[in-house]
Design a protein around this ligand. Structure first.
Ligand code: ADP
Ligand code: MG
Length: 671
């Protein structure tokens, strides 16, 4: 017999059972070995006194009465006997398993797994165990037509076949030594039938490492291949000019900014193709870094383009680029622009007189052609579809690609979901920024809040109010915003102008309201979450979020990021009477930290990795044994060592790594 033989080759199994196992994706004997239990029944014997009513557990004792089988009706019967554990006598019953009577010997020690019924001091038996010592019984996922018992029987048969010794090792010896990992054969045996908890933990560690290592190996091997292709653009930027620009900034770059900039510049200068994600909290200074990268492209005689999700943002970036590079020809391109202005911009973009372009998805329209686009940057990358990003890339001649996101993604996810990208992280705020003070208040305290806001308005500050979010009902969102607006108009009277902005408005309407707010024509802005994305009004220092518990943590964090953009002390007020624990946890997390990465990690714990952006994010693989959050340390280690291996160009020729190559194709496929 061989490992690759069908299950039907095992003694006691035929084509009929093979058909059933196929439902679980189990075809060969090897498949059985590698089908791990998802949990274990703890078969450690318990004392009567530790048991809770209804609990399933193993009890041991001496058989003190002979087994008695009572029949009542066709195929229905009950086997009963008593066991004594210390001073306690326990009544045990098994239903419809009369054959067990043979195992019940008066005066013998017996271990029974069953369900405890406290009131009757009785155990409804489910299983008589052979051994009395500590034991962990595997529990497998099953499908219709296959019982736990049948699966265990098949797996035991696989072990009895002796074929485990044929199972090939899949990790290099060097790594097993380095991390003190069990061999594959030891681990597989211990995953199914662990001797004890300690052995099981070691087996699990080996299995998780193997899974995460191959996942990382696959990504990194791909990445290394991409890099070695010499089709990337070499952007020979002028180092001196660039550093002059950096020095001319009104502030020194933070260490994290400098590191990110250097990573980007190194990619650009190399012949390999840049595919990099720049992530950092709102206000951490990503845009400055992106602008400097654009400038570097300019010094190499290449155009660069920055695509953003909204017109407001495009204008904002256009303004800051023009201020930063007064000698350059920067063009703006949005759908809201007048036709003639647009045409002029497009002409300049096509003939190369324009150096840098910033705009919305107008940038990727067919009519727009570029002279020599060397660098494309996407802001808030998750707001654009994969297709849009691809079209953007194809506007240039294999340009370098930089993506930005202000949604802090826990490192764990960044290196998995975005494994094919390089990631630069700005995890540090510019010096001197005053942390936003966050308070959580109940609805009953709203009067106090409003009264306090009067004081802030008197200091010439401006205030955002975010109206409650009604999921899946835009109409209700609007109604809420309108009602809140009216209440605030009534409350503040002539002392403040209260503006209203919501999702049903046209873009230019929203723009006008935003511009008025920026120019301080209004002091309070009531809004649905449409202002979520990157608008900069440094004088707005108070953010009030109504029914804050209805928002997810990352959204709350994004909203809070609208304030704290100037020198003045800023505040976020969360108004919420949360109805559940999650809501409460979100509020306290927001009060406890302003660090987006910490919050993202919390969000991940609360909502699961699939929902980090509020929508299901594709590209995050499902692991069999490993858990991205729990096993972060292993993931990091796997990433590191995989990176070290592929760093050697000739790693595929290295005899130490042949075992990886043999397994890579097979294990690397996580799609
Ligand atoms: P982001 O794009 O990450 O939200 P920005 O690049 O727009 O952040 O920067 C936010 C604000 O902080 C801008 O006004 C910018 O000029 C300023 N800024 C950026 N980097 C620094 C720094 N290192 N020190 C001080 N201020 C900075
Ligand atoms: Mg930004």
């Amino acid at each position: 017999m061989k490992l690759q033989d069908p299950i039907a080759a095992l003694k006691g199994f035929g084509p009929k059972s093979a058909e059933k196992f196929a439902k679980l994706g189990l075809f060969t004997i090897e498949d059985l070995f590698l089908y791990f239990p998802f949990r274990y029944e703890d078969f450690k014997s318990k004392s009567v006194f530790e048991l809770m009513d209804g609990e399933k557990a193993v009890m041991t004792g001496t058989v003190v009465t002979p087994a008695n089988v009572q029949y009542y009706g066709f195929k229905r019967n009950r086997l009963s006997f008593k066991i004594k554990q210390g001073e306690a006598v326990i009544a045990v019953s098994f239903f419809n398993q009369p054959y067990l009577a043979d195992k019940i010997e008066l005066g013998s020690e017996l271990a029974v797994f069953g369900k405890w019924e406290a009131a009757k001091s009785a155990l409804t038996g489910m299983k008589v165990l052979a051994q009395v010592e500590d034991d962990m019984q595997p529990v497998y996922h099953v499908a219709q037509g296959i019982s736990q018992a049948a699966l265990v029987k098949a797996i035991k048969a696989a072990f009895d076949s002796g074929l485990l010794s044929e199972l090939r090792e899949s990790l290099p010896q060097e790594l097993m030594d380095k991390y003190r990992l069990m061999t594959r054969q030891e681990a597989v045996a211990a995953m199914h039938f662990p001797r004890d908890l300690a052995v099981y933990k070691q087996a699990l560690r080996r299995v998780k490492f193997e899974e995460l290592f191959y996942f990382q190996m696959n990504l990194q091997a791909l990445k290394a291949e991409n890099k070695s292709e010499s089709n990337g653009l070499i952007i020979s930027y002028d180092r001196e000019k660039l550093e002059d620009k950096v020095s001319a900034l009104p502030f020194p770059l933070t260490d994290a900014q400098r590191r990110s900039l250097d990573e980007i510049l190194a990619d650009m200068a190399s012949g390999s193709h840049m595919n990099r994600l720049l992530q950092g909290d709102v206000g951490s200074g990503k845009t400055v870094i992106a602008s400097l990268a654009m400038y570097a492209a300019y010094t190499a005689g290449l155009q660069s383009a920055l695509m953003v999700p909204t017109e407001i943002l495009a204008e904002q970036h256009f303004q800051s680029l023009t201020e930063l590079f007064p000698d350059l020809n920067v063009a703006l391109l949005t759908s809201g622009m007048k036709a003639a202005v647009k045409r002029a911009a497009m002409t300049g973009i096509a003939d190369g007189s324009v150096d840098m372009i910033v705009g919305t998805h107008s940038l990727i329209q067919d009519a727009v052609s570029y002279h020599n686009l060397g660098l494309v940057i996407t802001d808030e990358q998750h707001r654009f579809g994969v297709n849009q990003r691809r079209v953007f890339r194809e506007k240039g001649n294999n340009p370098d690609v930089l993506m930005m996101t202000a949604t802090p993604i826990p490192r764990t996810l960044a290196i998995t979901a975005f494994g094919e990208m390089d990631v630069s992280i700005i995890d540090q705020m510019p010096a001197g920024r005053k942390p936003i003070i966050t308070r959580w208040v109940k609805h009953q305290q709203l009067d106090t809040v409003l009264n306090w806001i009067k004081g802030e308005l008197a200091k010439d500050s401006q205030v955002y109010f975010i109206s409650p979010l009604i999921e899946e009902s835009e109409a209700m969102d609007l109604k809420n915003a309108v009602a809140l607006h009216q209440e605030l108009v009534d409350y503040f009277g002539d002392s403040a102008t209260v503006a209203l902005m919501h999702g049903r408005m046209k873009n230019d309407e929203k723009d006008a309201i935003m511009q008025d707010f920026k120019k301080r024509k209004s002091q309070i802005l009531v809004s649905t979450t449409v202002i979520e994305v990157g608008v900069n009004v440094p004088n707005a220092t108070v953010m009030v979020i109504m029914d804050a518990d209805r928002f997810g943590l990352s959204q709350l964090h994004q909203l809070r990021g609208r304030v704290g953009r100037g020198d003045k002390q800023s505040y976020a007020i969360l108004v919420a009477n949360p109805k559940n624990e999650t809501g409460k946890k979100r509020m306290t997390a927001m009060v406890d930290t302003t660090d987006g990465f910490v919050l993202a990690e919390e969000d991940l714990k609360m909502r699961g990795s699939g929902e980090i952006f509020g929508t299901r994010q594709s590209g995050i693989p499902e692991f069999k044994a490993a858990d991205l959050i729990e096993d972060y340390a292993i993931l990091e280690e796997a990433r590191k060592v995989a990176g070290q291996i592929v760093a050697d160009k000739n790693w595929k020729e290295d005899s130490r790594w042949q075992v990886i190559l043999a397994n890579l194709a097979e294990k690397g496929n996580f799609d």
